[in-house]
Design a protein around this ligand. Structure first.
Ligand SMILES: C[S@@+](CC[C@H](N)C(=O)[O-])C[C@H]1O[C@@H](n2cnc3c(N)ncnc32)[C@H](O)[C@@H]1O
Length: 258
């Protein structure tokens, strides 16, 4: 199966806010409810942070910032600074996290576009959770290379793979879309969810399409290794680990002087 960079609803700015919020809630229900993907990722991020003695974790392409929320709740993140940011920052979620964890969560409210150089993202653990597949295939080596002098460790965690197994699971995600109004019945946004998930069930269809497109946009482990080499990351500074339905990549851009 070749990679295809198909359209995703989650990437377009014209999507009504109500549908966008539903899509992110479905994503969260999949990765923090049905699966423990977000928890596993936050544990790995904390362990890597400790290993390299880093004090700041930047969650790029954060969406509703599930990683920042889990990290902030963890007693082990005591002296860390947590920085969510995104191309489309979710200001309401950031404000709520910032007021819940003052001094610890410090969001970037400006748009952070990873396809542009980001010299301010430095000396940190930079975490891409479900984000790298949103970068067009041909831009990925340049995005990887842009962190070369960042004195940071980069972690990429993808919740899907470009395999038939992941594609079948992606098809089943329509049921997650239909179930979310029940699962989140006691949370604010009930009417929005009833409307977009049941009455005019556009959100579950958009979510399923996005899940399929996300699988097809993924690099497989060999493509990752090639991409890292193309970007000038030496094999002994990176690792690529794939499971049946997820993929983790990590590389170090820490300077030798540390
Ligand atoms: C599938 S969502 C993942 C959101 C969140 N990380 C999570 O796990 O729930 C992908 C995120 O990548 C962001 N994104 C897409 N293209 C981007 C870019 N060029 N620069 C920064 N963020 C981008 C989107 O705005 C979106 O929030």
């Amino acid at each position: 199966m070749r990679p295809y960079y198909l359209f995703e609803f989650c990437d377009v700015t014209w999507l009504p806010t109500g549908i966008r919020e539903c899509l992110y809630e479905m994503m969260e229900s999949c990765h923090s409810g049905i699966r423990s993907f977000n928890r596993t990722t936050s544990d790995a991020v904390l362990a890597t942070c400790r290993k390299f003695g880093l004090k700041t974790i930047v969650e790029v392409g954060a969406g509703r910032a599930p990683l920042t929320r889990l990290l902030a709740q963890s007693p082990e993140s005591g002296n860390l600074t947590l920085v969510p940011c995104d191309l489309v920052p979710n200001v309401a979620v950031y404000r709520s996290l910032e007021s819940q964890y003052p001094g610890k969560v410090r969001p970037i409210y400006d748009r952070i576009d990873l396809t542009q150089p980001q010299p301010l993202l430095r000396n940190s653990l930079i975490s891409f959770v479900g984000v790298m597949h949103h970068i067009p295939l041909e831009l990925r080596p340049a995005v990887i290379a842009s962190f070369k002098n960042s004195d940071s460790v980069i972690m990429v965690d993808e919740p899907l793979r470009r395999t038939w197994y992941s594609l079948i699971l992606a098809l089943l995600s329509v049921f997650v879309g239909l179930w979310v109004p029940i699962a989140r019945f006691r949370q604010p946004g009930k009417l929005r969810r009833f409307f977009w998930c049941w009455l005019v069930p556009v959100a579950p269809l958009c979510f399923t399409w996005d899940a399929i497109a996300s699988c097809l946009r993924q690099w497989n482990p060999d493509e990752w290794r090639n991409g890292l080499r193309l970007a000038g990351v030496a094999d002994d500074r990176s690792q690529v680990v794939a499971t049946s339905n997820s993929l983790s990549v990590q590389w170090s851009c820490l300077s030798a002087a540390r």
